[in-house]
Design a protein around this ligand. Structure first.
Ligand SMILES: C[S@@+](CC[C@H](N)C(=O)[O-])C[C@H]1O[C@@H](n2cnc3c(N)ncnc32)[C@H](O)[C@@H]1O
Length: 277
């Protein structure tokens, strides 16, 4: 069910690997430390085998992501024009498999957070059954804003700046009915920390849901932002790479009911928060 949501992003990464560095030339320095000076990343990439390099590797790889989205806006989706239309349309309905995680409709606004949303969240913006409000965050939000300004684009939901790893500095605990992350946390520098914080922001009884490709670091040979593998093992959710392995289900079992569903290429993990805080 989640394949259509993820399909584009997998292709994105393939495109990035093929080399879109040239497109970076006119993206200015980010206020948050992402600079074009990292463009020649391939020449000087530190070894992923040194865990302390996780954030350095991440920072160095970020321009590839900006380059992809620059091209995506420039070409109105490039090979994926339908994706462009769906994301940019303020009337796109919220996907039914996302609605399935929401509480019943009523007068209250249902709060949804998309972590690592990219410049334009893939989530549908309207619900027939509920009043929804989508908050979208991404560490590259400032760079994405500059790209969109360059092409005169206004997104239906503006993504704002936040690293997933510091979500609790920006939002209060128990704020969101649903925290959603797709194809993003495995691109981060500390995914377990993000998950812990995202769960804190989730309302008790609400859901944190992660939709990702399986074992993306292995698939992408630990290149660029692909430093983490998300996988299922005996029903548990595992995050691993060449240096570490965390059984997230065991780590967080006291805070949430956790279900990991995998198929050949995708993993969806839902956390129903059971304990306040
Ligand atoms: C392949 S894109 C996917 C974007 C969007 N979720 C989608 O499905 O189209 C990966 C996104 O993860 C974001 N990301 C990378 N590191 C992150 C972090 N530490 N916290 C949150 N998001 C992060 C990137 O900036 C990028 O926008």
């Amino acid at each position: 069910m989640l394949r259509p949501m993820l399909d584009i992003s997998r292709k994105v990464l393939t495109r990035v690997r093929r080399g879109l560095y040239a497109a970076l030339a006119d993206i200015p320095t980010s206020a948050h430390g992402v600079t074009n000076s990292a463009v020649p990343a391939q020449a000087s990439t530190p070894q992923a085998s040194e865990p302390q390099n996780a954030k350095a590797l991440w920072t160095e790889a970020l321009p590839t992501e900006i380059a992809f989205w620059d091209n995506w806006f420039k070409t109105h989706g490039g090979e994926w024009p339908e994706d462009y239309k769906v994301r940019m349309d303020p009337d796109t309905p919220l996907q039914s498999f996302v609605e399935a995680y929401l509480p019943p409709g009523g007068e209250d606004i249902i709060e949804i957070l998309d972590v690592g949303a990219g410049p334009v969240t893939k989530l549908g913006k309207r619900s027939a059954n509920r009043k929804i409000r989508i908050t979208a965050v991404d560490p590259l939000a400032d760079a994405y804003d500059r790209v969109m300004a360059k092409y005169g684009v206004t997104p239906p939901v503006r993504t704002t700046w936040c690293h997933g790893e510091i979500l609790t500095t920006r939002f209060a605990p128990e704020t969101f009915d649903l925290v959603w992350a797709q194809n993003s946390l495995d691109h981060s520098y500390e995914p377990v920390r993000i998950i812990e914080q995202a769960l804190t922001l989730t309302k008790t009884g609400g859901y944190l849901v992660l939709a990702h490709a399986r074992n993306e670091a292995v698939n992408e040979n630990y290149q660029g932002l692909h430093q983490w593998n998300f996988d299922g093992e005996d029903g548990d959710f595992i995050i691993w790479n060449r240096q570490s392995r965390v059984n997230v289900s065991k780590l967080l079992q006291a805070r949430a009911e956790i279900r990991a569903r995998v198929d050949a290429t995708f993993i969806e993990v839902s956390f129903r928060k059971t304990v306040r805080g």
